[in-house]
Design a binder for this molecule. Sequence first.
Ligand code: TXA
Ligand code: MG
Length: 345
Amino acid sequence: METRVITPEFVPHPDTKEAVSESIRLLQAGEVVALPTETVYGLAADALNPAAVAKIFEAKERPTFDPLIVHLPHKKDLAMVADVPPDINAVLQKITDRFWPGPLTIILPKKDIVPDLVTAGLPTVAVRVSANSLFKKVAQGLGRPIAAPSANRFGSISPTSAAAVQAELDGRIPLIIDAGATMHGLESTIIKIEPGSPKATITILRPGPVTAEDLKLYGKVKTLTRSVVDEATEAPGQLASHYAPKTPLRLFESPSDFIPDPAKRYALMSYRGEAKDGYINLTDWVEVMMLSPGKGKLPEAAVRFFYILRALDNLGVDEIIAEPLAEHGVGVAMMDRLRRAAVKF
Ligand code: TXA
Ligand code: MG
């Protein structure tokens, strides 16, 4: 007998209606609300209301040179905020058919209606459609685009649970909607698309859950290295130092580069907790936390990544040491975040 398993994307809860209606009420009133998305929790405001958007920057202490992502109620609403260049229209259509709603953000020329505060004065706007059912209900009920950066203080670790949002923004925002842990655990992939023949060029500005492997069906994929991003300021918010715990974090090329100081207390962020990866036996760790216990699976590691980083940061150790991860699939996104989180030498 074949056993069937049906996993509903979202289990309705008696409070869902209130969560949605209260979120919409606050957004209409020009307030901010922390909402779950499938990547990380976002701090939402009506994207077309500059006074509301200003409250996002204030609550996060985010500098206004760092532009926000605009979330549409439906993919058909793209024309509300962006002008699609005719020469990328066909490839964009294929990409959005495949990945929206989902963890992919696309940079496109902006419409005048989008306030300059949202795009930090850039002529482009970052757009996506969230697949989280609660977020979708709110966006569709509001019927307007929603600006939402990750719901953390600027430069800090992205929140993947309502408790993490509370740790970051308690007392600064009127409402957090708790829909449990987020599905992917890492922020959306950000791309720009340039026309080309026979293939368009897709440039990954921020690696994320949609990988280079996923995108290569649709064009020639380039991934900007960190130094190129910083020099070109292609993704202005993609600062070299970001996602940083308060505890110094170090990432080594190889385990033998780590010379423990006997006077210091260390915690290890391990991929799968195995001695053969070379780190477990290097010192007497105060704590070892595993991203993917057992055999090691990158998507599982991604889901737990920010949660574990936050937990390690709360231990009060002198340093966090991170094992490097394989740079394929979503491992690319985690290594990007680790390099930004790490202490710069
Ligand atoms: O998964 C996500 O993308 C989450 C959820 C809440 O949607 N949001 C998120 O937003 O990660 P945030 O603000 O933490 O990161 C968005 C990044 C900015 O740092 C900036 O680099 C980039 O998007 N960005 C926004 N507008 C841009 C533009 N016009 N051109 C280039 N990069 C842009
Ligand atoms: Mg962020």
